[in-house]
Ligand binder design. Sequence first.
Ligand code: TYM
Length: 327
Amino acid sequence: MKKRAFSGIKPSGSLHLGNYLGAIRHWVADQHKYENIFCVVDQHAITVEYEPAVLRQNIRELVGLYLACGLDPEQCSLFVQSHIPEHTELAWLFSCITPMGWLGRMTQFKEKSEGLREQVSAGLFTYPALMAADILLYQTQEVPVGEDQKQHVELARDIAQRFNHLFGETFVLPEPVIRTVAARVMGLDDPTKKMSKSSASDNHGIGLLDPPALIRKKLSRATTDSQRDIVFNRERPGVYNLLSIYQALSGQSQEEIEAHFAGKGYAQLKGDLADLVVAALEPIQERYRQLTSAPEHIDQVLAQGVVRLRPLVDATMTCVRYVMGLR
Ligand code: TYM
């Protein structure tokens, strides 16, 4: 029996290289190993201010990119979170057994709510209960994510444990799966901040759909430092970030990469890295163009995902409603 893997991405902006290196490329590489479920978590994207028309567009772009990056709908159930209403039902049930203290400790909540004070939505605060529902609804064993989501997956595990303790064995306890290379890709403009979809700066992230010339320009402007040698050193976050991206895309060891750049300068590092990034993204962009010229294919894939998942959703929810005394 294959283990079940679940993961998702928020359609809150254009996908960037961090999402690809930290998450999607591993989903694609490992899809034969697992029973896979990948979600476009649209209800997570509405916890902060947003434009409905832009969200609608982002959802479709994200599904197109899942397919263009290589997720195979025969091996993976792909779907949009709001198309299965039990996610929000289970999230409500979880929010009734999750202490406020657990939610208040989430670093993503602290970061995103900074400066908003009373304006922060209740949804942003209870976001991890919805994420726990996403994962636990499918009795997921493994959750492949970038490093920034580790705390949320651990909270999902704590919620499962608490539920099982209160109402009897119901949920499988999930584990985060985080790879070591490029699990946290940093912003090109500021390598002390993680690359994110919501940055306002033009030179912050590389979009998966950025044209080659733009990729080259952004990398040529990436922040480095005033030293000369090109070595993996976490104390030098700009160079470390570029080298980590290089390592993820080339598959070479740190020693091989340091030997390759010995005696060379930052311009060479940025140029060689741009070649690798462009070579990785061009085929994805080409497939994306083909896929989006036939939008009915995307609708079909999403509908098939929901149909396949229905029995699993019904099994979990029938049990949950019963043990909680609702039925
Ligand atoms: P999101 O949409 O912010 O990110 C999607 C995936 O990309 C990874 N990631 C990164 N990896 C490396 N470097 C980066 N700079 C970087 N930025 C993002 C994330 O770790 C993630 O794997 N709350 C989640 C979405 C979610 C989810 C779920 C994930 C909702 N429900 C259930 C797993 C399971 C989020 O906001 O991811």
